[in-house]
Design a protein around this ligand. Structure first.
Ligand code: GDP
Ligand code: MG
Ligand code: ZN
Length: 301
């Protein structure tokens, strides 16, 4: 008797256990040793992955195949040179910074935007803590710079509630991952949208409490009122992952109109004569701050 194959989405991984949502049920599954990959990727199975699983006679379920990924979120653990895929098929990456405490860094914001672009996600930018003294001016400066670079910006305060309606509307559609330095207010923003989540704030992370060697889970959290957010512990927010140098320019939304117009096909937009990107930087159509970030990230690839 052959077991029946069903498709579902991985919503939680803990060690070797995968919780798979199918219809309105969630089943616990293990992995078939010889997993079939319907897409090109050969990575491990992560939250958001669409999988085919079979029910076992004993009542369990086994994941047999992973379907092609629409998007992927890759991050580099602080202890490694290499990026790992931590979530698949998310619709968007929400880059979160704060106007102060910690202050926003264009380098850090740009790296995170590259992370989202390289994984095929829609990128949004949230600037939190706008109610702090001087916050309004910082918010306006950053909002103008990033709007100009092609990224919509939402200014928020988890303390006063400013901008929370816009943030809620954003995360209620489809699935999102929030990324940003610790302390900017990611957990606070999600708690403001859905108080029932009771996420720990001040980065009393599950990892730091549990200790380095304890197995921690990754989850896709369903928000009350709709939308899902990825919760992936234990990763530094650094680095665009295993991107090829020649693909980096495309991960800058403001560079894209100029790509393909350089004199040389293999131009990497650093010093080459006839470079359309450098020309756009020279006359202000691309911000030099953005090209500075490009140069720094390219250097690391
Ligand atoms: N002033 C102010 N503080 C905030 C705001 N949002 C969060 N915080 C505080 O910033 C700290 C870090 O918040 P948390 O949500 O843990 O940040 P995370 O590390 O990004 O998840 C906590 O002490 C929060 O109370 C805000 O909008 N304004
Ligand atoms: Mg947090
Ligand atoms: Zn060029």
């Amino acid at each position: 008797m052959s077991s029946q194959v069903t498709t579902g989405q991985v919503v939680e991984t803990v060690g070797g256990v995968y919780r798979v949502r199918t219809g309105d049920r969630t089943v616990e599954a293990s992995l078939r040793g010889r997993l079939k990959h319907r897409g090109r990727e050969r990575d491990r199975v992560v939250i958001g992955d669409e999988v085919e699983f079979a029910r076992e006679p004993g009542g369990g379920a086994v994941i047999e195949a992973v379907l092609p990924r629409r998007t992927q979120l890759s991050r580099r653990p602080s202890w490694s040179r290499f990026a790992k895929v931590v979530a698949a098929n998310l619709d968007r990456l929400v880059v979160v910074a704060s106007v102060a405490d910690p202050p926003p860094s264009r380098r850090v914001i740009d790296r995170m935007l590259v992370m989202g672009e390289s994984g095929g996600m829609e990128c949004r930018f949230v600037l939190n803590k706008v109610e702090l003294p001087g916050g309004r001016a910082v918010a306006e400066e950053f909002a103008a710079a990033y709007r100009d670079a092609g990224y919509a910006v939402i200014a928020t305060s988890a303390v006063t509630g400013e901008g929370i309606d816009d943030f809620r509307a954003l995360v209620r559609a489809g699935s999102s991952a929030l990324v940003g330095p610790s302390g900017v207010g990611k957990s606070s923003l999600l708690n403001a949208v859905d108080p029932g989540l009771s996420l720990l704030t001040r980065e009393v992370g599950r990892r730091s409490r549990a200790g380095r060697h304890t197995t921690v889970s990754s989850r896709l959290i369903a928000l009350a009122g709709g939308g899902r957010v990825a919760d992936t512990p234990g990763f530094s927010d650094a680095g665009p992952g295993n991107l090829k140098a020649r693909d980096l320019g495309r991960c800058f939304a403001d560079f894209r109109p100029f790509i393909g117009h350089c004199q040389f096909n293999d131009c990497i937009h650093l010093h080459e004569p006839g470079c359309a990107i450098l020309a756009a930087v020279a006359d202000g159509r691309i911000q030099s701050e953005r090209h500075d970030s490009y140069r720094i990230i390219l250097d690391e690839l």
